[in-house]
Design a binder for this molecule. Structure first.
Ligand code: GUN
Ligand code: ZN
Length: 429
């Protein structure tokens, strides 16, 4: 039996990229969206869609803004319980807080508990797709995909591979990383809405052998994504240079081992040299901006204006729990502030696009998620643009959509997320 739902409210539809031309002109508002069997049929006037589908169940969202759900292009679900850990920079933060917590994921029950907790938190924040790192334990991948599948989510994740510069309990080998990743990939990739991501953590924690093994796995499965970290902090960049004296630069440690490609997601990418910028753009790889992490761990300022002017593919992400939030609204606010510190005020249309269509495009899923258009999967949210007294009093004097949305971007959180639909079904609110 077909199921039809008609959502009415203010439906935000991107018609192009807000980084090309007038940002405000890259989107329009429609009155309604018609959903059939989990997919968007079309948007339009409430009247036209009601006469097209008179049997559809109507859900009236009033003044709420109906948009695509958020797409978080880089997160570490195993870092849920240690988010907001005080006082360290990247390498110390990994050794002090992150690695001890990740050790706990050898226990499948703990992995299942945190995977469920993480996905409930992100869903209530309006995130409907995430690209997550797991831990070195295959059990942590099983737990994550199982929890995502039971919620009907589109999700992507992979076993984090490391075989040096980490505690013994968190090290695999070049061969076991390949074997375990391959087995998980074959088991999960393309089942339902799930996809596998080849995941070397970053060059300092993999030997050249391990990077090569994972490069080989990726080349055997070129439709998979690959995710890693790149040039996040100056100390880390120096360390990579000392570990790989023959490499031209940090990116070369990946490139030389088959780990550079269009389906690569490179987290942070703050301190890039000109050759690295050129190569990333040439291959169409994605730079993933993680602004709350970059301020929280003290990494530095990602230059969005430069990246977009060069024509780089860019996604936006929380980087939970180096990032200090589960919310893509808080993440947009941090991206705005980092933009200001780098001399560019990102337009609300650009911020919102990065958190939806931009991240979906980075994950090569822009034809399925990240916008509201015919045939796309109906992973949607309804945002209350007056969710707190502070936001409501500012919105009262807003003259247009973007001025009405910006206070929620800057001050909003999960209280703004009224309803979340996954595949056309209410999953929250
Ligand atoms: N670099 C290597 N691993 C990590 C991680 O878990 N978080 C962040 N922010 N950077 C990393
Ligand atoms: Zn990360």
């Amino acid at each position: 039996m077909t199921s039809e739902t008609l959502l009415t409210g203010r439906v935000l539809v991107y018609t192009g990229s807000p980084f090309e031309g007038d940002p405000a002109g890259a989107a329009r508002l429609d009155e309604a969206v018609l959903i059939r069997d989990g997919r968007v049929v079309r948007t339009g006037t409430a009247r036209a869609l009601r006469s097209e589908a008179p049997q559809a169940k109507t859900e009236d969202m009033g003044d709420a803004l109906i948009t695509a759900g958020f797409v978080d292009a880089h997160a570490h679900y195993p870092q849920t319980a240690m988010i907001a850990s005080w006082g360290k920079r990247l390498i110390d933060w990994l050794n002090t807080y992150t690695f001890p917590e990740e050790m706990r994921f050898a226990d499948p029950a703990y992995a299942a508990e945190i995977a469920g907790r993480y996905l409930d938190l992100t869903l209530s924040n309006g995130t409907t797709t995430v690209a997550s790192y797991c831990t070195i334990h295959p059990e942590s991948v099983e737990a994550f995909f199982t929890a995502a599948r039971s919620r009907g989510l589109r999700a992507a994740a992979g076993k984090t591979c490391m075989n040096r510069n980490a505690p013994d309990g968190l090290c695999d080998t070049a061969q076991s990383a390949y074997d375990d990743s391959k087995a998980l990939l074959e088991r999960w990739h393309g089942t339902g809405r799930l996809s596998y991501i080849v995941t070397p953590r970053f060059s300092p924690t993999s030997t050249p052998d391990q990077l090569s093994a994972l490069g080989a796995l990726w080349s055997e499965h070129p439709d998979c994504l690959m995710q890693t970290h790149l040039s996040e902090q100056p100390d880390e960049v120096d360390w990579v240079k000392s570990l790989f004296p023959e490499a031209r630069d940090y990116l070369d440690t990946y490139e030389a081992h088959g780990l550079l490609g269009a389906r690569g997601l490179y987290g942070h990418a703050i301190y890039l040299e000109p050759r690295e910028r050129d190569r990333l753009r040439e291959v169409g790889a994605a730079l993933i901006h993680c602004p709350t992490s970059n301020t929280f761990i003290g990494s530095g300022l990602f230059n969005m204006a430069l990246a977009k002017s060069e024509g780089q593919r860019v996604g936006l992400a929380t980087d939970t729990g180096g990032g200090s939030s589960f919310s893509m609204l808080r993440t947009m606010a941090a991206a705005y502030e980092i933009g200001q510190l780098s001399g560019t005020a990102l337009h609300p249309a650009q911020l919102y696009w990065l958190a939806t269509a931009g991240s979906a495009d980075a994950m090569h899923m822009g034809d399925r998620i990240g916008n509201i258009a015919p045939g796309m999967e109906a992973d949607l949210i309804a945002l209350d643009l007056a969710s707190t007294p502070a936001i409501a009093q500012r919105v009262a004097s807003a003259d247009d959509l973007w001025e009405a949305l910006f206070p929620t971007i800057m001050m909003g959180d999960d209280r703004a997320v009224k309803v979340v639909w996954i595949n056309g079904h209410r999953a929250h609110g």
